[in-house]
Design a protein around this ligand. Structure first.
Ligand code: K8S
Ligand code: FE
Length: 306
């Protein structure tokens, strides 16, 4: 067992809720499984949304705005291309992560790589504190080979944010958060420390695991935990005979009102109304929004209409 903190007693969190990610249509021709942000789990403060995407170019998410939070895109398989209204563009490959602070405003398109075949990825939305919502947008991109990793007794972890097995991520998050990707061989188990008073959950990507008090969680399912306690225990039962892959997310609750309309997340009705105006008229961070069209979004939409 790892991550035994000396300043706090070890105490097991309790399993709270299971949320099944069912496929739904989103974007343009795209299918996602939404767990956080769905009808059965409105949010898990500070997390607003967790979507698992599976699909192929030219389906995806053409030009759309964001304000007031961070998006974390993690490529499980294939490639994803993004292009924003400042002209910045890039490509995520398998295992790469993009931690994007939308802050006061981003307009961009996110589309599976052309010729990348079937693409699979996760996107998590992390809310920002009211005081941080209008920060300048920024990207933190990490190639798979630059993500810190650790390994012990049949358990491998990639540390995208936070800390595991004594290894820390260099990613800076405005809202304190953990994002860990684990792979467990059959029969392997571990215990992960989560700071006190964080909300936390696991999302199973492949296979199935058992967690605190022997709750079984399978692929495309999210399990949430009590705020009380500091340890999450995960086991891949030997009987599964296949590796299991899951992410742990945890974050410090913001405890502020959430006033959301789709991709705009503010703390007051007034700020939300102001955001619609800013976006429409190109103000306060949305200067480049009016009339902007991404090249890749235009190309994908054209390919779809043929
Ligand atoms: C990208 C856009 C809303 C919205 C939410 C009401 C959401 C989505 C997604 C992705 C996945 C993996 C990788 C890269 C998108 C994220 C949005 C969005 C406009 C409005 C509530 C939601 C799936 F369904 F489109 N992208 N979403 O998963 O950005 O409106 Cl690697
Ligand atoms: Fe987006």
């Amino acid at each position: 067992m790892s991550d035994i903190s000396e300043s706090e007693p070890m105490s097991l969190k309790s399993f709270e809720r299971l949320v099944v990610g069912r496929e739904q249509s989103e974007g343009v021709g795209a299918r996602v499984r939404r767990t956080i942000g769905s009808g059965s789990l409105r949010r898990l403060d500070p997390f607003l949304l967790l979507d698992e995407f599976k699909g192929e170019w030219p389906n995806g998410f053409p030009d759309h705005p964001h304000r007031g939070f961070e998006t974390v895109s993690y490529l499980i398989k294939g490639a994803f291309q993004h292009e924003d209204f400042t002209g910045a563009a890039g490509r995520l490959e398998t295992g790469d992560v993009q931690w994007m602070t939308a802050g006061r405003g981003i307009v961009h398109s996110e589309i599976p790589g052309k010729n990348a075949g079937e693409v699979r990825g996760l996107q998590l939305w992390v809310n920002l504190k009211g005081k941080d919502k209008m920060v300048a947008p920024r990207y933190q991109e990490k190639k798979a080979r630059d993500i810190p990793r650790a390994e012990k007794e049949g358990v491998k972890v990639a540390i995208i944010a936070g800390e595991s097995m004594g290894v820390k991520s260099p990613v800076q998050t405005l809202t304190q958060a953990y994002y860990l990707d684990f792979e467990l061989q059959p029969g392997a188990a571990f215990s992960q420390h989560i700071p006190p008073n964080f909300n936390s959950a696991i999302y199973v990507v492949d296979g199935s695991v058992t967690t605190n008090s022997d709750k079984k969680v399978s692929a495309h399912e999210l399990a949430t935990y009590s705020m009380e306690g500091t340890q999450i225990v995960i086991k891949n039962e030997a009987s599964t005979k296949e590796p299991a892959r899951l992410i742990i997310i945890a974050g410090e609750p913001i405890n502020e009102p959430v006033v959301q309309h789709g991709p705009f997340v503010l703390t007051t009705e007034e700020d939300l109304m102001k955001t619609f105006e800013d976006y429409q008229h190109g103000r306060n961070g949305f200067e480049r929004a009016p009339g902007w069209k991404s090249k890749q979004g235009t190309e994908a939409l054209k390919a779809r209409s043929r």
